[in-house]
Design a protein around this ligand. Structure first.
Ligand code: SF4
Length: 281
């Protein structure tokens, strides 16, 4: 998205959402790849809005310096292993060496610019990497970062395919086989929470780089509108509420799948039992 378009999007959002306080600068890509990210962060800050960056930090970027200098409030770094074996198996195409180097670099830059950025390494637990959580916690502590953990899970789009007995591609099958909590168990836990609201409504609207609007960040094929500027937020919410995708998703209880409450206790018990550490440090 160009800087000019971003500014227009931001102005429309501020006008239509009085309680807007945070911009999640990612959807199906890594925000650190955007050439104007530091300008975008500053633009948000000038309006009193936070910038939330979620990244795998597996990019070669000279911009890291300018990004940290622009003082983003929150940087979440996803990670699914310590060392090349599990990390590179779970994050296709990613390189452990680059990730590790960038972690140290972020830490150095935060000190250099006295940035107030809260950094959190989010560890995705699989059947095979769980013992590496200890090493990630140590890495986080050495660099002044928070560490949290959650379950690696099959993406909701594929969970829907699974429910509908559609064939899963090789990558999805592999992801499913690595899940620490079995997919069927997760789906049944989601079913028990059927009457609760969908947490993904909080992040709405999901605006793509080309200004199209996604119905849901979990389903990247399903567009609600071709151009964000053609509809008001109120209209988009109404369209979403009527959308066949949300209706189908709710009918399978998939609106709770990514946020199942019992996962919190599951992760806590699992980590305490295997590593002796809690899921938030
Ligand atoms: S109901 Fe399902 S498809 Fe709709 S926003 Fe929630 S998670 Fe996404």
């Amino acid at each position: 998205m160009s800087l000019t378009d971003y500014e227009k999007v931001l102005n429309k959002l501020v006008k239509e959402i009085p309680m807007l306080h945070m911009m999640n600068l990612f959807i199906w890509s890594d925000p650190l790849l955007h050439p104007n990210l530091p300008d975008i962060i500053k633009m948000n800050s000038n309006l009193g809005l936070g910038s939330f960056l979620s990244t795998n930090l597996n990019i070669k970027t000279e911009k890291l310096d300018d990004i940290i200098k622009s003082d983003p409030p929150y940087l979440k770094i996803t990670c699914s292993g310590f060392g090349s074996k599990n990390y590179e198996m779970n994050q296709a195409g990613a390189k452990w060496e680059l990730f590790y180097k960038n972690i140290l670099e972020v830490s150095r830059l935060i000190k250099k610019y006295k940035a107030s950025t809260a950094v959190e390494i989010f560890f995705l637990i699989t059947k095979e990497n769980i013992m590496e959580y200890k090493d990630i916690v140590k890495l986080g502590q050495e660099n002044g970062f928070r560490v949290s953990a959650g379950l690696s899970m099959l993406f909701p789009k594929y969970a829907m395919d699974f429910i509908e007995n559609m064939p899963l591609h090789e990558g999805a099958q592999k992801a499913m086989s690595l899940m620490s909590r079995d997919l069927k168990e997760m789906l049944s836990a989601a079913e028990k929470e059927h009457d609760r609201l969908c947490a993904n409504r909080i992040g709405f609207p999901n605006i793509n780089w080309d200004l199209s609007v996604l119905n849901c960040c979990n389903f990247n094929q399903d567009k609600l509108a071709d151009n964000f500027f053609d509809k008001s937020i109120k209209e988009l919410i109404e369209m979403k509420d009527r959308s066949p995708l949300c209706k189908k998703c709710i009918s399978y209880s998939l609106h709770r799948y990514s946020n199942v409450q019992s996962n919190i206790t599951y992760v806590q018990d699992l980590l305490l039992e295997t590593t002796g550490l809690p899921p938030y440090i």
